[in-house]
Ligand binder design. Structure first.
Ligand code: GLA
Ligand code: ZN
Length: 699
């Protein structure tokens, strides 16, 4: 059972970011200036305490919290609330000196030296104790501070530790998981291969880079263990706050689709989901729309972890970061678009790393609201200020949510298993990119998609898309069957159901776990194409889609064949199938090959139409979202293109301009329009989406 989440008590959208006054304690003039400038920029929240340990506790047990209290007080007096971070993201020198076990060990078994950040062993009892001690101090001192709204656990938890303590914990975890029976593990991991059988759990090592990394089951279980152990560590931090400050919610900041940890497992322990977004805007390899729609996908992954409430954008950069290959400045207007995009996708905040640039060290050239110039009339400051004004206007949007009609299954377990599988083409597997391409197609069709896990409830969605769902266990297969029996459109692709939860291949045909009956077809072979190879799929209407990378040769039992291959030794063979199931209109669709976007879009549109989900055509370079609460719908239109774009007739008020929409409505290049529509008013237009002319879909 999921724990009841504590809601964030925000009545308005949050605007602010990481603030490190501890770097400026000898400059009261600057600290004073910060508050003046924050107010000018419309900042109402600051994240304090990230990486402050050596100032909070300069010597073991010698706590200095007064400066933090002073800053929090002053912020609060000026209408700025605090998100308070625990300092465990970086350790003071005394800690590593006295407790060397707190240092992380890398994948070659080498203990790291003191320094940098995110360099701790999450098992180490010493480290956990030291973190607990300072967290108790923070909770006691600040738990009742009227400015405190949220605890921020550590910072960007990540990585893995291969030290002896972690290794032992891994062995215990395995023994638990396999009920103390090493034979069950040997069977599940197929260890007789290459003579890798174990006699005892304490023989098992983590998959060292220079050790045993050839057992797929072991590799996958290590990733699961690392998530489990990191979550266990995170819980050890959270416990303090749950017991001492039960009224204050807890978050930690996620990093995009960080591959090292299954965020969905961690999310269950958090009240608020938050993340750090740093797209490579204005790059030279894709359109701005493509960069931004990927960011929308990432936002949607976060939203998928807290569907009943908004998430937070915890960090973003107002100008340029310092760690991309090329650190390009956000162009004028980009900042506003990115900020509104976050809100449109379901965030209740726009926050920055960082408020003020540090003078020295690693991130001295990382973008910030306040530059080394120290002025409040820079382009970037003005754009932040403008964003502050927009967010103020958008305040009623707070706590409204995005409701999606379709879902895409995207799983960490599955991506780990796919990445690690030895087959196909390592270069071209591109699981994340494939899920993103489904999201982009749905967005172009005006359909909002949640990104959920195969373990999540699929009940509310008319259509569920499962690209490359390589790993499927029996109970997931049963839930997929139930979903289709209940009337859902399940849309799967090549690589479905090859392996079980331990990465053992299913026997008797893929997709396994009884799914070949659901799809009425199975894959006899999978072909990998060289980058210059092409095949095609011919559909009933005579159109031909282009095939790249992967093509499964399908054997059809009792499904309809919607498309067949045009070339090669499997020309004429089934490539796309559909099997209807029961009397509820449910169907299982299967696309055996990687199709070009246009052809895939047509297929997806068909499945959506079967699901009763209206499809439309969103103008090129434009992104659309809708947030709603009991009373209103907020329609967001964002234009990333260079042309002024006409958008469909909408009812309601132009939210930013405060006026009625005209006969024809446009979004200017690099601009946004937001329309406010009252629900159930009996007025004609209904939802903004229904008002978009529907696209012709082939039946
Ligand atoms: C991450 C970290 C921040 C900072 C930024 C730089 O998001 O959480 O401390 O290093 O990256 O982009
Ligand atoms: Zn360790």
């Amino acid at each position: 059972m999921e724990r009841q989440r504590i809601a964030l008590a925000n009545q308005e959208l949050l605007h602010g970011g990481d603030y490190n006054p501890e770097q400026w304690l000898d400059r009261p003039d600057i600290l004073k200036e910060d508050i003046r400038m924050m107010k000018k920029a419309g900042v109402n929240v600051a994240t304090l305490g990230v990486f402050s340990w050596s100032v909070l506790e300069p010597q073991e047990g010698d706590y200095h919290l007064e400066w933090l209290k002073d800053i929090m007080d002053r912020l609060y007096e000026n209408g700025i609330r605090t998100i308070l971070a625990t300092p465990s993201g970086a350790k003071p020198a005394w800690l590593d000196e006295k407790y060397p076990e707190a240092l992380r060990t890398d994948e070659r078994g080498q203990r790291r030296h003191h320094g940098v950040r995110h360099n701790h062993c999450m098992t180490s009892p010493d480290f956990r104790r030291k973190v607990r001690e300072i967290n108790v101090r923070l909770a006691e001192h600040f738990g009742k501070h009227p400015g405190l709204i949220l605890w921020h656990i550590s910072n960007e938890l990540g990585g893995a530790c291969f030290c002896p303590l972690c290794r032992k914990k891994f062995q215990e975890y395995l023994s638990d998981k396999f009920h103390g029976d090493i034979e069950t593990l040997n069977q599940a991991w197929w260890t007789t291969f290459w003579s890798h059988r174990y006699q005892r759990f304490d023989q098992i090592e983590p998959p060292f880079a220079n050790g045993e990394n050839s057992i797929m089951g072991l590799n996958l279980e290590w990733k699961r263990f690392t998530t489990w152990n990191m979550t266990d560590y995170m819980k050890s931090e959270i416990e303090v706050f749950r017991s001492l400050t039960p009224q204050i919610p807890v978050t930690t900041n996620f990093m995009k689709l960080y591959p090292g940890l299954d965020y969905r497992r961690m999310a269950k322990e958090l009240d608020v989901i938050s993340w750090d977004s740093y797209p490579r805007y204005h790059n030279d390899y894709e359109s701005l729309y493509d960069t931004c729609i990927e960011n929308a996908f990432d936002h949607s992954v976060m939203r998928g972890m807290c569907k009943d409430r908004p998430f937070l954008l915890m960090e973003s950069v107002p100008g340029a970061v310092n760690w991309h290959e090329f650190n390009k400045q956000k162009r004028p207007g980009m900042h506003k678009l990115a900020a509104v995009q976050a809100i449109a996708c379901g965030s209740d905040s726009v926050q920055y790393f960082q408020w003020r640039k540090s003078r020295g060290s690693f991130e001295q050239y990382h973008g910030a609201v306040v530059d080394h110039l120290g002025r409040d009339d820079t382009r970037i400051f003005r754009e932040v200020e403008q964003t502050g004004q927009i967010l103020k206007k958008l305040q009623p949007v707070t706590k409204s949510i995005v409701r999606a009609q379709a879902a895409i299954l995207f799983d960490w377990d599955n991506r780990w298993a796919i990445d690690d599988m030895k087959g196909l083409s390592q270069q071209k597997k591109q699981y994340e990119k494939t899920c993103l391409s489904f999201y982009r197609i749905l967005a172009r069709l005006g359909v909002e998609a949640d990104i959920i896990s195969r373990r999540d409830d699929m009940g509310g969605y008319g259509a569920v898309f499962a690209p490359m769902m390589y790993l499927i266990e029996e109970d997931t297969a049963e839930r997929l069957r139930a979903y289709v029996r209940g009337g859902g459109q399940l849309f799967a692709t090549y690589l479905a159901g090859y392996v079980d939860q331990n990465t053992l291949c299913y026997l008797g045909g893929f997709p396994g776990a009884g799914l070949k009956e659901l799809f009425g077809a199975y894959s006899e072979e999978v072909d990998t194409l060289y980058p210059s190879d092409r095949n095609g799929i011919r559909f009933a209407d005579g159109s031909i889609g282009e095939v790249r990378d992967f093509a499964e040769v399908l054997r059809v039992q009792d499904a309809e064949i919607l498309g067949t291959y045009t070339d090669d030794y499997y020309a004429g063979g089934a490539a796309v199938t559909r099997k209807k199931c029961g009397n509820n209109g449910g169907a299982a669709w299967y696309t055996g090959a990687r199709l070009d976007d246009k052809a895939m879009e047509k297929l997806i549109a068909r499945a959506l139409t079967e699901a009763g989900i209206p499809v439309s055509e969103i103008p090129q370079e434009v992104e659309y979202h809708c947030r709603e609460n009991g009373e209103y719908r907020y329609h967001f239109w964002l234009n990333y293109g260079k042309e002024r774009v006409k958008i469909p007739q909408v009812s309601g008020e132009d939210f930013l301009a405060g006026s009625c929409p005209a006969q024809e409505n446009f979004v200017e290049p690099m601009d946004v329009r937001i329309f406010l529509e009252r629900k159930n008013t009996g007025k004609a237009a209904g939802s903004g989406m229904a008002a978009i002319p529907e696209m012709e879909v082939m039946g």
